[in-house]
Design a protein around this ligand. Structure first.
Ligand code: IPE
Ligand code: IPE
Ligand code: MG
Length: 248
């Protein structure tokens, strides 16, 4: 792995748990169970190469519309995973935080999350943002409401100002977004922040995703040319020969 050009922030849309289980004739929750087990390996892989922030899409605001049993299994898994991982976060210097609409989360889970956020707030090795009850549009609306509640003057509403009111405030935008399971869409993930992200889509179902594939995604990212609307300086023929002089 080239140590240069490592993405500062990687986002992952962890999709395909249900299909993984269904393919094996298992109930969907078995896929979710297997899915959370992949998280540890991914955390180790990203910390190993010096990524600063990792955002994992665990549960979307639209996922509340799933059957009640599935939602409660996912919530229980989140709770037990957070309880188990907390000690590792402290040991590995990982700052844990949630992005998403907290108001819709069960009270006891919210309490647990807030405690983990408080205890890990000073950790500096990696920011682990868990997108839970998260929707990009909902996040933007909550930010606009905060701006209005602060009676912000219209001309003071800049990109920097609005970004500072999002759940991701202070975290750089994702350089690389990975989605598993073959779907090629954002499903309301980091809408504002993904303006210039690079995408890596794989047909691998999330419970089968490995450290090797994560490194493969980073490797592909390193070969991309990010232009941000500008002319690619490495291929800027005009700059190399501005007057088109022969042999220049
Ligand atoms: C992703 O897996 C996990 C969540 C959305 C909570 P899915 O449950 O969406 O799995 P598929 O897409 O149905 O296979
Ligand atoms: C997106 O997956 C949300 C998460 C991975 C948590 P979904 O499975 O909910 O997305 P759609 O419905 O296929 O777009
Ligand atoms: Mg899905």
């Amino acid at each position: 792995m080239k140590q240069r050009n490592i993405p500062r922030h990687i986002g992952i849309i962890m999709d395909g748990n249900g299909r993984w289980a269904e393919m094996r004739g298992l109930p969907r929750f078995e896929g979710h169970k297997r899915g959370v087990e992949r998280v540890r390996e991914v955390i180790e892989a990203v910390t190993g190469i010096g990524v600063e922030a990792l955002s994992l899409y665990a549960f979307s605001i639209e996922n509340w519309m799933r059957p009640e049993e599935e939602v409660s299994v996912i919530m229980e898994l989140l709770e037990s995973t957070l309880q188990r991982e907390f000690i590792n976060f402290m040991r590995e210097g990982i700052r844990f935080k949630i992005i998403g609409n907290r108001e819709r989360l069960p009270e006891h889970i919210r309490g647990l999350i807030e405690l983990a956020e408080k205890e890990t707030a000073g950790n500096r090795n990696l920011v682990f943002q868990c997108a839970l009850s998260y929707g990009g549009r909902d996040e933007i609306i909550r930010a606009v409401r905060k701006a209005m509640a602060q009676r912000t003057a219209p001309e003071a509403v800049t990109e920097e100002y609005l970004a500072g009111l999002l759940d991701t405030a202070g975290v750089p935008d994702p350089d690389l977004i990975i989605r598993t399971s073959g779907e090629q869409r954002l499903s309301n993930f980091l809408l504002w922040q993904s303006a210039y992200s690079e995408f890596y889509f794989t047909s691998t179902l999330w419970p089968d995703f490995t450290k090797e594939e994560l490194l493969e995604a980073v490797h592909e990212y390193q070969s991309r040319s990010r232009r941000f609307g500008r002319v690619d300086s490495s291929r800027n023929l005009l700059a190399e020969n501005p007057f088109g002089l022969p042999g220049a």
